[in-house]
Design a protein around this ligand. Structure first.
Ligand code: NOJ
Length: 566
């Protein structure tokens, strides 16, 4: 049984292992590399690690196509090595959560290999088979149905062809899931991040979707399906046998439907990753781009903050392995340091548990490869080959530069050495060419680096009950350039001010604060008005920011956190 809501005070670091650190010199990140970097993770100030899938997988979707749920992919090490990492993480006081991908398996999973053999074998009903497909599109590859010669039927795959959907209506499948959970919980892991968990129950009869919604036409019939809360209750029961917590991934979820998983009689999850705030510059995650709108972002943030207040707990994130890098999206590569640090402040002090994705803490940015064939992600290739086909190749590639998940999957930049210090040999995937500047070793030495700002921000959050549990309130929601929010508890108030603008901005003071003196607890500019002016452009920026500082204005991408007593 879980002892307390320990996850509320925590923050997590997400590891996408293939690109984290190569410990055995084969160009692929692995658990030996992770072991060596546990001290770095601890020093960042987080309290736990979420491992993206580590299991054996043919890697059609880099680990989200699992062929064995009870082992470690040989590229990453062995179960024994995992146990060593787990034990050392626990010694350091870090919790460890695993990824649980059970909406689908790999088509190379033994269950599927059996299931496709005939209509009457013990596994025949583990997947969703039909003689005639409906009109659903897959999110990753064409139509959602693939004909299987061997069985003479179509199987459903909401994601890639090599990711057949499990039939969760089959009680035997749910028993398998529970068995997998127990396997890892018995080993000592502390919880799960559950992949597309709101998709696991499909509507009976699998009705045709609306024809005019490409890619997502079937979603109304597989998102939050009819039995979802019954199945989730079963999984919750397993978790409750242990001191375990569950975090669901909820693509396209609304706050109302998320609350059903997070509170009340159907509560099954402790937190849910929502996507609203990931759509301030696009729709349907990456398919349709639009200019970044801070007002949209703030609306999404505040909607979730207010709706969950007192009822449920938020999972806070700006990056993970499914989204391009946040500086390249909501910040500015030109104001790399300033926007990278400001973005940290924009979410870490909200109410919820912050997640930091590998490389985010050093300000990694997007890659821009000139040839689509150098991208490796199945959904990137699909987006390129499916949408906006009338555009020029150049424009289509530009969209990929903006939207590809591969940008978050390049090797971690540890140092200015060859291959960014990720590996001694050529890594499995391209290293971002900015590694001589953007790397952990250089930032370690620089007190004003993005890395050190993350450390300070996480430490500040941890030091204050108000920042963890306090009430959230947003000021000036219509302001297109500044995000300002307050966290309050008793007589303590924190005011977090974030400029999302390249230009100096007037600092507006909320009425309640006029005449009050606050303590500046954190600022992303070095104390005083100076900036590092290492070239002409930077010097011009410095002049602008000096002026702003002298006139009591917010400097480009400035973030400040004040503490008040009222
Ligand atoms: C969500 C995962 O985060 C993503 O990486 C994966 O491609 C899909 N689910 C399918 O498993």
């Amino acid at each position: 049984m879980r002892k307390t809501d320990w996850f509320k005070k925590m923050s997590f670091y997400q590891i996408w292992v293939r690109s984290f650190a190569d410990g055995n010199g084969d160009g692929i990140g692995d658990l030996y590399g992770v072991y060596d970097k546990l001290g770095y993770i601890k020093k960042l100030g987080v309290d736990g690690i979420w491992f993206s899938p580590l299991y054996p997988s043919p890697n059609a979707d880099f680990g989200s196509d699992i062929s064995d749920y009870r082992d470690i992919h040989p590229d990453y090490g062995t179960l024994d090595q995992f146990k060593k990492v787990l034990a050392r993480a626990h010694e350091l006081g870090l919790k460890v959560i695993m990824d649980l991908v059970v909406n689908h398996t790999s088509d190379e999973h033994p269950w599927f290999k059996e299931s496709r053999k005939s209509k009457d074998n013990p596994y025949s009903d583990y997947y969703i088979w039909r003689d005639k497909p409906n009109n659903w599109d897959s999110l990753f590859e064409g139509k959602a149905w693939e004909y299987d010669e061997q069985r003479g039927q179509y199987y459903l795959h909401i994601f890639a062809k090599k990711q057949p959907d499990l039939n969760m209506d089959n009680p035997a499948v749910r028993e398998e899931v529970k068995g997998i959970m127990r396997f890892w919980l018995e080993m000592g892991v502390d919880g799960f991040r559950e992949d597309v968990i709101n998709f696991i129950s499909k509507k009976e009869g699998l009705p045709d979707g609306l024809p005019f919604l490409p890619a997502v036409n079937g979603m109304p019939y597989y998102k939050d399906g009819p039995h979802i809360h019954e199945y989730m209750a079963e999984f919750r029961q397993v978790c409750d046998e242990y001191d375990c917590f569950q975090l669901g991934e909820g693509p396209m979820t609304t706050v109302q439907s998320a609350l059903k998983y997070l509170s009340g009689p159907t509560k099954s999850l402790d937190m849910m990753f929502s996507f609203d705030h990931m759509m301030a510059d696009c729709m349907y995650t990456e398919y349709v781009h639009r200019p970044f709108s801070l007002v949209k972002l703030k609306k999404a943030f505040s909607r979730w903050q207010k709706a969950l207040e007192g009822k449920a707990w938020n999972a806070l994130y700006l990056e993970n392995h499914d989204h391009p890098r946040i500086i390249s999206r909501y910040g500015s590569e030109r104001f790399w340091r300033e926007s990278g640090t400001m973005l940290a402040a924009s979410y870490i002090f909200q109410c919820g548990t912050p997640f930091i994705y590998q490389g985010q803490e050093i300000g990694m940015t997007n890659i821009r490869l000139r040839d689509i064939n150098r991208y490796v992600d199945v959904s990137t290739k699909n987006n390129f080959n499916t949408y906006h086909l009338k555009d020029s190749l150049e424009r289509r590639l530009k969209r990929i530069h903006i939207s590809s998940r591969d940008s978050s999957r390049t090797p971690m930049q540890w140092s200015g050495e060859r291959y960014g210090g990720f590996s001694k040999v050529r890594p499995w995937f391209v290293v971002n060419s900015n590694y001589p500047k953007v790397n952990a070793a250089a930032e370690e030495k620089d007190p004003d680096s993005i890395l050190n700002f993350y450390r300070k921000a996480l430490a500040l959050r941890k030091s204050s009950k108000t920042l963890i549990y306090g009430k959230y309130r947003e000021y000036f929601p219509g302001d297109p350039s500044v995000y300002m929010y307050e966290r309050s508890m008793g007589s303590v108030r924190y005011l977090v001010i974030c400029s999302f603008s390249k230009l100096p901005q007037r600092l507006r003071i909320p009425k309640a604060y006029v005449g009050k003196k606050g303590q500046l607890k954190l600022c992303n500019y070095p104390s005083g008005p100076q900036l590092m002016a290492d070239n002409l452009k930077a010097r011009v920026r410095q002049e602008v920011s000096l002026l702003a500082w002298e006139h009591g204005m917010l400097r480009p991408y400035e973030a400040r956190v004040y503490r008040f007593r009222v």
